[in-house]
Design a protein around this ligand. Structure first.
Ligand code: 48F
Length: 259
């Protein structure tokens, strides 16, 4: 016999148990694009409690769109070991360039992250931050659907030791910190500088330098890092996004170890 109420109870109980468990964590990552997912996976592999909040119904950010909806992406040699670790098929194109089926990469990132213990919530947006004693100490979250419908619904909060802005081009969390609290970011202007026009070579190069702490206990990775520090965009080459996620995980793990 299949009972609808048992199904409803199972889903509600399982979800709420996880949600309650996530109200306090080691790291909260805003955005489940390639950089955020890679950061989450790497931190979870180090044994940390990691929570990812993703605005949309479907995680993955820009990955499944490939280049102009051709669902393939390009990876450079530098990122090959990361893809191999994810067990994703790499098709050599020419020296230094590999083609990857975008959906395979997304599937692999999701499966590996979830199996590694990452808590992943889709349909939830980070709309604000908690700042205690001049350091980011958590996030303010709400249903994306409530925001989209323009409903007046007060949010909830989740506390954590470190927050990662992996929201992509809009660098939403860094933007909120700078705009709402008048806080000075660790950039040359104290604000989000904004991304520069497309230049794949330079964008990929500068991305790892830009992957760092941007305000006490707030880190940026992926396209958000170039947006915050004024680096160029780079289009459908994704090696840098994954390496940036890996780097932010290493930086935060080093901080957590010393705590
Ligand atoms: O945009 P996105 O894929 O960022 P990324 O990981 O990768 C960038 C590439 O996709 C591409 C590129 C490659 O060279 O330039 O653009 O840096 O993923 C960002 C994710 O964050 C979610 C958004 O829905 C997307 O899935 N997001 C954005 N704002 C919020 C958010 C928010 N306030 N709260 C929760 N999720």
């Amino acid at each position: 016999m299949i009972d609808e109420i048992v199904i409803s109870r199972a889903i509600t109980e399982a979800y709420l148990k996880e949600f309650l468990d996530c109200l306090e964590s080691d790291v909260i990552i805003s955005g489940a694009g390639p950089a955020g997912l890679c950061a989450a996976l790497n931190l979870a592999q180090e044994g940390y409690k990691v929570v990812v909040f993703e605005r949309t119904l479907r995680p993955g950010g820009g990955v499944p769109g490939g280049g102009m909806m051709f669902n393939k992406i390009v990876i450079q040699e530098e990122a090959r070991p990361l893809l191999e670790e994810l067990d994703v098929t790499l098709k050599p194109y020419q020296e230094n360039y590999y083609v990857v089926q975008a959906l395979e990469l997304l599937g692999a990132l999701l499966v590996k992250a979830i199996k590694q213990g990452v808590y992943l919530f889709n349909c939830i947006s980070v709309e604000d931050v908690l700042i205690y004693d001049k350091k980011v100490s958590g996030v303010v979250i709400n249903w994306s659907a409530a925001q989209a419908a323009g409903l007046h619904v007060d949010p909830l909060t989740a506390r954590t030791k470190f927050v990662v802005d992996a929201t992509g081009h809009a660098a939403e969390v860094a933007e909120i910190v700078s705009r709402k609290s008048g806080c000075k970011l660790f950039t040359s202007t104290g604000k989000v500088i904004g991304e520069k026009p497309m230049w794949a070579e330079e964008g990929e190069k500068i991305l790892l330098t830009n992957t760092k702490e941007v305000y006490p206990h707030l880190y940026v990775c992926g396209m958000a890092a170039n947006a915050v520090f004024g680096g160029p965009r780079m289009g459908p080459i994704f090696g840098g996004m994954l390496l940036s996620g890996q780097k932010v995980a290493q930086l935060i793990a080093a901080r957590l170890k010393t705590k």
